[in-house]
Each structure stands twice: as C-alpha cells, then as structure tokens.
Design a protein around this ligand. Structure first.
Ligand code: UTP
Length: 313
C-alpha cells in the first residue's frame, strides 16, 4: 500500500439550502470568504499538505467549481494589456497544474458517504483525504498536514475533531473515546448525530479526514443511516476493529461556512489577517460595537424606566 496520501476527495454535491437564495444558481463552495471562494481555500490546503490529485464530487449546476480552476485567456490577456500585474499574478498563482483537478457527478444527494463512494475508482487502493470545503480552517499549519502527521504515526483512519458544547452533539458525528492524551483520541466507535443525553463524548468530527482504503470498500455495503442518508461515519466505524480510528484536536480555528453566522465570522477572521484590509475593518468594527453598546444602554434604560413605572402604579 502507498505510504503517502496523494489523493483528496472533495464532496461538493450538497444543495446548500441554508444559503438560499444565494445558492439557487451559485454553488455554495463558490461563496467568497474575503475575495477567494471556499473551494479554492480547500484546494490550496490540499496542495499545501502534499496532495497531488483532487477529485470533486459535484452535482447538477456545479460545473463552475471545475471551471474556476481552468485558464481564463481573455481575462488574463486583458489584465496583461492593462498592466494589472497583481491581480494577474493572483489569477495565475491560483491555477493548479493541468490534470490535477478531476470531477465526477453524484447524480443524487444521497448523503456524504455516498458522495465519497463516487470516488472509488479514483482512490483505488490508496489511503485518501476527504475535505469538506464549507469547514474553513484558519491555522498556521494546514489542518490536513496536521492529520497526515498523525496518520504517519498511527496509520488507519485519522479524523479532525473539535470539542463542542453538549447541547450541539446532534449536529455532528461524535467519537466514542477509548483512550485520550488530550490531543489525539483513539475511538472505539462513532455515532452520527446523537442527542446530548446519549452522546458518548463531546468530541465532534469536522470536515477533514485521512481514510484507509477499507472505508471505501465498507461504503459499498453501507445502508442509509441518520437522516436517511448514507453516512461516512457509519462506513468508518464499520472498519473497526481492523482499522484504528484516531481523532486529532487540530491547532487552528474552524468556521462552519455552511451556516450564516459561521460564514460571517470566517469573513471577519480572514479579513483581520489581511494587512490591506485590517485597519479600515477594525475602525468600522469599533464603530459598530460602540453603536451596539449605546443601543443596549438605551434599551436597558427604557426597560428600567418602564419597570419602575409598573412598580409605582
Ligand atoms: P451539508 O450537510 O452541509 O449539506 O453537507 P449541504 O446540502 O451542503 O447544505 P445544506 O445543509 O442544505 O445547507 C456536508 C458536505 O457534504 C456534501 C456537501 O456538499 C458538503 O460539502 N454532500 C452532502 C454531498 O456531496 N452529497 C450529499 O449527498 C450530501
């Protein structure tokens, strides 16, 4: 078996219903954080982690995700003619080498596990990464590189995890932990979207994985699970005890860009990292916070006055 992770699967066939109407015609993964679409952050993270080939699992209306990585001869010529070197360099720098971006269609959104299984011919008998572009991670070292480090040590399945509030376990796949050193946890099971009272831990799976090829084989016989969808976590669990599962509490900040508030927070965090944007943004944020505080003071005062009037009458 190849002892390197060369291939990454990007399941991007979801409907993005939480972002309608924006996602009626535009793929969710094309939504920009500052000035770059989510899919480009994901592909750049993969290449930075040593991935050589990327497979997009798309759906109807999502061909633009592949087009985004194509050349744009008219635009490039126009920028060249007008001497706009900076945007031209940005455009050319974001274009991967030909033959490194591949795509296939999921045909029907039957679940994340089903989407990943559409890449079976691509991954063949190799370990592979899975990246969900709507989980955007701000970190010094790419999250996928951190997972590959742990995979180099332990092999098997390695999953990025994050501790979540117990009230939120029903939104995630949750680890059933057998051993935990505070950074890496070995799982003896995984449960998809458990209610808080039955969740085996608060360690939630987020959208970065390094998986053993046996997961791909398990997906072939994985029946629909939570929400009637074919779940990736069910197939990963099915490879136990043959294949170990480790969860890594990665270093970095994760933003759920499939959610409106998460998306706005990601824009703020990534914009604050940019020296060309930060000064004006900080000024504007301070003004917004000051206005909010003044509004709260006014409402608080009005409430106190009306309570006093009620008490007096
Ligand atoms: P989500 O649960 O975020 O679903 O999928 P979604 O359709 O993208 O968004 P909402 O909830 O309707 O707003 C998690 C990831 O799994 C992919 C999605 O594209 C996303 O990257 N996915 C999900 C598929 O590729 N196929 C599926 O059948 C389901």
């Amino acid at each position: 078996m190849t002892r390197r992770v060369r291939k990454a699967v990007f399941p991007v066939a979801g409907l993005g219903t939480r972002f309608l109407p924006a996602t009626k015609l535009v793929a969710k993964e094309m939504l920009p954080v500052v000035d770059k679409p989510l899919i480009q952050y994901a592909v750049e993270e993969a290449f930075a982690a040593g991935i050589e080939y990327c497979m997009f699992i798309t759906g109807r209306g999502k061909a633009v995700l592949v087009d985004h990585f194509d050349s744009a001869p008219e635009l490039e010529a126009m920028l060249r003619d007008r001497g706009k070197q900076e945007p031209l360099a940005e455009l050319l720098g974001g274009r991967p080498k030909a033959g490194t971006i591949l795509a296939t269609r999921q045909q029907a959104p039957l679940g994340l596990g089903h989407a990943v299984s559409c890449a079976r011919a691509f991954t063949d008998d190799e370990p592979f990464a899975v990246i969900l572009p709507d989980d955007l991670i701000l970190s010094d070292r790419p999250c996928l590189s951190q997972l590959i480090d742990v995979w180099s040590e332990h092999g098997g399945n390695v999953i990025a995890v994050e501790e979540v509030d117990r009230s939120r376990t029903a939104n995630y796949g949750i680890l059933d932990v057998a051993a935990d050193d505070g950074r890496v946890a070995r799982a003896q099971g995984l449960v998809e979207k458990p209610q808080p009272d039955v969740a085996p831990s608060r360690l939630a799976i987020i959208g970065r994985y390094v998986l053993d090829p046996k997961v791909m084989r398990a997906l072939e016989s994985t029946a629909p699970g939570a929400g009637g969808e074919i779940q990736l976590t069910d197939a990963i669990r099915a490879t136990l005890p043959d294949v170990a599962i480790h969860g890594l509490r990665f270093d970095g900040m994760r933003f759920d860009c499939g959610d409106k508030v998460g998306f706005i927070e990601a824009n703020l965090a990534f914009a604050l990292e940019r020296p060309d944007i930060r000064p004006r943004l900080v000024q504007s944020l301070k003004a917004t916070v000051a206005a909010l505080e003044a509004e709260e003071d006014r409402t608080g005062m009005a409430q106190r006055t009306s309570t006093a009037v009620d008490a007096a009458s």
